[in-house]
Design a binder for this molecule. Structure first.
Ligand SMILES: Cc1cc2nc3c(=O)[nH]c(=O)nc-3n(C[C@H](O)[C@H](O)[C@H](O)COP(=O)(O)OP(=O)(O)OC[C@H]3O[C@@H](n4cnc5c(N)ncnc54)[C@H](O)[C@@H]3O)c2cc1C
Length: 428
């Protein structure tokens, strides 16, 4: 893509330097805009740092799907590793909860799966391009990832979601215990069935990938500002970003890519936002780092009954948890990751921990599990790329392409209607 007349010379601010914001800054810069990227910290140090590093076509299945409805009575006991919740959060966010469940109905779920599939395909293509272009292919692996099943009944209950993957041409292979042992010999023989999702990618250091993209943006002349943002005000011919400790930044357009913190920021700027937080934790273990020995895991695995994902990373084996529904800034609760650690120790020799704090991240989720991508309701200068739930490391790249096209006034390469920003965002 070359410089674009619609954006050439336009001053654009991108707020938030996670995967979504950094990719958006790169795409706008590529189209000739003069881009300033603002974050309170260094690029890629929040949610985009701590995830499982999976970029997979299978992620078209959101958490709220029909099989979740079937598992709901068990989940409501609030003991499952896959889902924990703060009852007060659910009470305060009753409308979000009701809409989240309503969107698990088959017809709505299928619409979402098809929309996410388009966004994931666009995103993976774009990541492959960006990783190669910016010399970051060393972080990439194309060995896919594996869903593990401890009981045949668990595998059977995934049949409907496997059918949806097949309908969208997601390449998979069903493995029995011996085929799984050949693929991942480090796993204990406690999984009679597994599903290997192929044609999918993983990275071994998500934070380094975001930071590598940000460095490329700076090398090509982009400006990075490290400041805390407070609000925006929009006028007929410009938009102003107000910062805590620095002069305001005035631009022609702004893209808000603040991940979970988009809700408080937009609410302070005159919007109402219906967003939930699917929080998750991670810890690292020595696992595959015994020098001179083959890695214990060749690819990330998702223990569906254990409710965790284990990913081989540069930092060791990263154990990340399922969902904790709680306020964005509620105190951390390590019960879920302790439960996940116990389950993971049954599956593999985890070894010793390599970190002393447990990382906490927040997956920002709209009730239909689709991100909001496009101009903010009623605005000509404020664009949004927020609400990427479990898959924003992947879909940041495709979101960026869509935002850059929308901010140029051009049609998107995929249908943008399912991602309209007015689904759950209103002006006050
Ligand atoms: C446990 C876990 C596992 C996950 N695994 C995967 C996975 O395998 N694959 C996948 O695709 N996705 C995964 N995700 C989801 C993915 O990590 C997120 O969707 C993605 O990182 C979101 O990126 P973002 O740019 O929207 O947000 P963030 O990375 O959170 O970036 C937001 C930025 O905004 C900045 N900011 C906030 N407030 C302000 C302010 N007032 N002023 C200035 N700056 C501000 C923050 O400093 C931050 O840098 C996982 C998430 C979790 C929690």
């Amino acid at each position: 893509m070359s410089s674009d007349a619609a954006l050439s010379g336009q001053k654009i601010t991108v707020l938030g330097a996670g995967m979504v914001g950094v990719c958006t800054a790169l795409e706008l810069q590529r189209r000739g805009a003069v881009v300033t990227l603002v974050d309170r910290g260094a690029p890629g140090q929040e949610t985009s740092f701590g995830n499982a590093g999976v970029m997979a076509r299978s992620s078209l299945i959101p958490m709220n799907n029909p099989s979740m409805l079937a598992a709901l009575p068990r989940m409501l006991r609030n003991k499952s590793a896959a889902l924990r919740y703060d009852p007060l959060f659910l009470a305060r966010n009753a409308v979000w909860v009701a809409q989240f469940l309503a969107n698990a109905r088959r017809s709505r779920f299928l619409e979402t799966a098809t929309a996410l599939d388009q966004l994931i395909r666009l995103s993976i293509d774009r990541h492959l391009h960006l990783l190669a272009e910016h010399g970051l292919n060393g972080h990439l692996s194309d060995r896919g990832w594996v869903f593990l099943y401890r009981q045949l009944a668990g595998f059977e209950s995934g049949a409907a979601n496997r059918a949806v993957m097949a309908d969208h041409d997601v390449p998979t292979e069903i493995l029995d215990q011996s085929a799984l042992r050949d693929l991942e010999p480090g796993l204990a023989p406690i999984f009679p069935k597994a599903l290997w999702v192929k044609g999918s990618y993983t990275v071994n250091n998500p934070g380094a990938v975001v930071s590598g993209y940000a460095q490329a943006f700076a090398r090509m002349g982009g400006t990075i500002v490290q400041e805390q943002a407070v609000t925006i005000t929009e006028a007929e011919d410009q938009v102003t970003l107000h910062l805590t400790d620095a002069p305001e930044i005035v631009s022609d357009q702004i893209a808000i890519c603040l991940g979970p913190w988009a809700k408080p920021f937009l609410e302070a700027s005159g919007f109402r936002v219906r967003m939930g937080f699917e929080r998750g934790y991670h810890r690292h273990f020595t696992g595959n780092r015994d020098d001179g020995k083959a890695p214990q895991l060749g690819r990330p695995v998702y223990d569906t009954a254990g409710g965790y994902v284990l990913s081989p990373m540069q930092a060791g084996l990263r154990l990340s948890t399922g969902v904790e529904l709680a306020d964005c800034e509620a105190p951390r609760n390590t019960r879920q990751i302790e439960q996940a650690e116990q389950a993971a120790r049954q599956a593999i020799d985890l070894g010793a921990r390599t970190d002393d704090t447990t990382w906490l991240g927040r997956r920002p989720t709209f009730p239909d599990s689709r991100p909001a991508i496009g101009m903010a309701p009623g605005s000509r200068r404020v664009a949004l790329g927020i609400g990427h739930q479990h898959i924003g490391f992947t879909t940041g790249a495709g979101t960026a392409v869509m935002l850059a096209e929308i901010m140029s006034g051009r049609p998107c390469p995929i249908d943008a209607a399912p991602f309209r920003t007015d689904r759950y965002i209103r002006r006050k």
